[in-house]
Design a protein around this ligand. Sequence first.
Ligand code: FES
Ligand code: FES
Length: 160
Amino acid sequence: MKRTLLELNVNGELQQAPTRPTATLLDVLRDGLHLTGSKRGCDQGVCGACTVLVDGRPARACLMLAVDCQGRRVTTIEGLNESGEAAAVQQALAENGAIQCGYCTPGIVVALVDLARAGGGASENDVRRSISGNICRCSGYVKIVEAAVSLLGGKASDGR
Ligand code: FES
Ligand code: FES
């Protein structure tokens, strides 16, 4: 199949990758740019393992055509690691025993960094909403939510 040269702004740098016109953003990140922190789970928009930020908002990289991401800012878990933004979330997850196999963790960290950026203290419901698109097959979510609430200075669950 014909390949085109894409230019993408990934983690603050312009990157070029030869790719198929039908490639998803996840294909290009993982296979073209070797940024394998974004995981391929369902590959159909259900599990959230591939979550990245596009123009600062969480997005599922497996659902976006890479060509449509040209001219937009893509931030992966690697970029959040480099900027230091992921560290506090990762530490909270580790300290609360909220990581088992770890496959879902990058997507959850990206979602929680987005929540942290909003500032203002997150309630348990805020946390649950922010990771509602992220499936964890190991943990049962309780420790993930506890970790996020402890970090983000959340109010106690308001029961909504
Ligand atoms: S791999 Fe993208 S949502 Fe599951
Ligand atoms: S820790 Fe295994 S899927 Fe979440």
